[in-house]
Design a protein. Structure first.
Length: 102
């Protein structure tokens, strides 16, 4: 039983050392947001991908992101438009151009 107590002390000491070492070489904190898979569809209907609501959702998302202080950047990933229609791209760009972060 004594052997296990020593192992426990060693493991706890090791954890403390790792935590102390990792914070000594810490990185600056960053704050970011991700917009993903908007499937924006100006003339869509609400089905599984919320086509009709997608434009308003993107607009409100940009509006909300603009209220977050010290946001370093926003990643925009995934399927942005329903099927790549130019009119959806134009509207998406209009909304994203209002984003006030890199």
């Amino acid at each position: 039983m004594r052997k296990f107590k020593g192992s426990g002390v060693f493991i706890i000491s090791l954890i403390v050392l790792v935590i102390a070492w990792s914070t000594a070489f810490g990185f600056d904190k960053i704050k970011f947001a991700v917009i993903a898979d908007t499937h924006m569809d100006l003339y869509g209907v609400n089905e599984m991908k919320m086509g009709a609501a997608s434009c308003e959702i993107v607009r409100k998302t940009v509006e909300e992101l603009n209220t977050i202080p010290d946001l370093d950047f926003v990643l925009i990933v995934g399927d942005l438009l329903l099927d790549g229609e130019p009119y959806n791209l134009d509207l998406f760009k209009t909304y994203i151009d209002n984003l006030r972060v890199p």
